[in-house]
Design a protein around this ligand. Structure first.
Ligand SMILES: *Cc1c(COP(=O)(O)O)cnc(C)c1O
Length: 407
């Protein structure tokens, strides 16, 4: 009998993305006719705009179906450079841009390029589920820096100082944030800049929700707030959320040339180029009309207000007002420690499980985001679905929640 060697050590502490696992389950339940309401998804529910689909169809007709340069086609890298110049006032040469197979792939490549064993990467919590596993897969160590709801979930200079050690090499900043919807202001970023500069940290700026900001807030990233830090910043971005293109797998990054070159080397040995057809679609997206973006943003904003209004009527949910992305992240700790529909609910995992079973509403427990007492609702769903889903939850908690019987 064969006794193969065990799997690679670095994979042993890493689990599959909980949000993608949940999403696959929910989509399978829906396909079987379940009346489940999906408030767990992290993707826009709009169709990809027609002019983008047409560009892809045209690329196929034109036979644009072969390898491209690993770093992506020049036209698209030029369009990305133009986007950074026009939208953010940041000048990048196309040689400092790499096109990747989605925003997640941009982040993964950067972690591989910059970090290794012995290095620490600071991740403000609550965080997007994917950052710690990506740091672990690079062989480096994620170091969580706590943020507080009372401070708008913004990382403070104090919390940053606490997380810094001699081994710190990088910090991830995600604004607007998944899962909290929090948005960093210029002042918030400027407050962090001196410590980041002094420690020589790489700033990994995840700007994927750039266009989804509300309440009159404006998007700012670290090199916009503090141009001195542009040389130690990598911006990871993509078309998935902005243009409702999650399935096309086109992301991009902007970085100092040496980093862009190293990422291109990694990519050339791993995926080669991102899909040639999807690159043409991405080019159409970045160079096409801006009007669909404003329309999608306005629809998300109405849904955000609806979700906040309905959540405000559910006792035990304390919901900070998010200013970006498409998530609300209520604190539900007041509900934990109760019995709901005959089951003890002691954690956000328990609560999400009860909501799925009793209401057929999918949510994501805060545990996966490093925030045990919270639960994430996505409002990338129609107003009918939001009303139906939150209505079911309100009715369940009004009729079925009681104190746990004394042990
Ligand atoms: C969705 C998302 C991404 C990237 O998504 P892709 O589909 O890989 O382009 C990156 N960061 C955050 C925080 C996200 O929510």
């Amino acid at each position: 009998m064969l006794h193969p060697h065990p799997l690679a050590q670095r994979t042993l502490n890493v689990k599959p993305s909980p949000t993608l696992t949940l999403d696959a389950e929910v989509k399978a339940m829906k396909a079987k006719g379940s009346r489940i309401v999906n408030l767990g998804v992290g993707e826009p529910d709009f169709e990809t705009p027609d002019f983008i689909k047409e560009a892809a169809i045209q690329a196929i007709r034109d036979g644009f179906t072969r390898y491209t340069p690993s770093e992506g086609i020049l036209e698209l890298r030029e369009a990305v450079a133009r986007k950074f110049s026009e939208d953010n006032g940041l000048d990048y040469d196309p040689g400092e841009i790499v096109i990747t197979c989605g925003g997640k792939h941009a982040l993964y490549n950067v972690m591989q390029a910059l970090f290794g064993p012995g290095d620490e990467v600071i991740i403000p919590a609550p965080y997007w589920v994917t950052y710690p596993p990506q740091v672990l897969l690079a062989g480096a160590t994620p170091v969580l820096a706590e943020t507080r709801e009372s401070e708008g979930y913004v990382l403070t200079p104090d919390a940053l100082e606490k997380a810094l050690t001699k081994r710190s090499r990088g910090i991830v900043i995600n604004s607007p944030s998944n899962p909290t919807g929090m948005v960093y202001s210029r002042e918030n970023l400027l407050a962090l800049a001196p410590a980041i500069e002094a420690a020589g940290l790489w700033v990994i700026s995840d700007d994927i929700y750039e266009t989804l900001v509300y309440n009159g807030r404006v998007f700012v990233n670290m090199p916009m707030a503090c141009p001195e830090l542009k040389g130690q910043t990598v911006i990871c971005h993509g078309v998935s959320k902005t243009y409702s293109m999650t399935g096309w797998r086109i992301g991009f990054l902007a970085a100092p040339q040496q980093v862009a070159k190293t990422v291109t080397m990694i990519q050339s040995q791993m995926t080669s180029n991102p899909c040639s057809i999807a690159q043409k679609a991405g080019l159409a997206a970045l160079t096409g009309p801006r009007e669909p973006l404003g329309r999608m943003r306005d629809i998300f904003d109405s849904r955000r207000k609806l979700a906040l209004k309905l959540l405000g009527g559910i006792p035990g949910f304390r919901t900070p007002v998010p200013a970006g992305a498409f998530y609300v992240f209520p604190d539900v700790s007041a509900i934990l420690g109760r019995e709901i529909a005959g089951r003890a609910v002691c954690s956000s995992d328990d609560l999400a499980a009860v909501l799925l079973r009793e209401c057929e509403v999918a949510t994501v427990p805060g545990s996966g985001f490093g925030a045990e007492g919270a639960i994430r609702f996505s409002y990338a769903a129609s107003e009918e679905e939001i009303s139906e889903g939150l209505g079911r939850i309100a009715r369940l908690l009004a009729t079925e929640a009681r104190p746990l019987p004394a042990a």
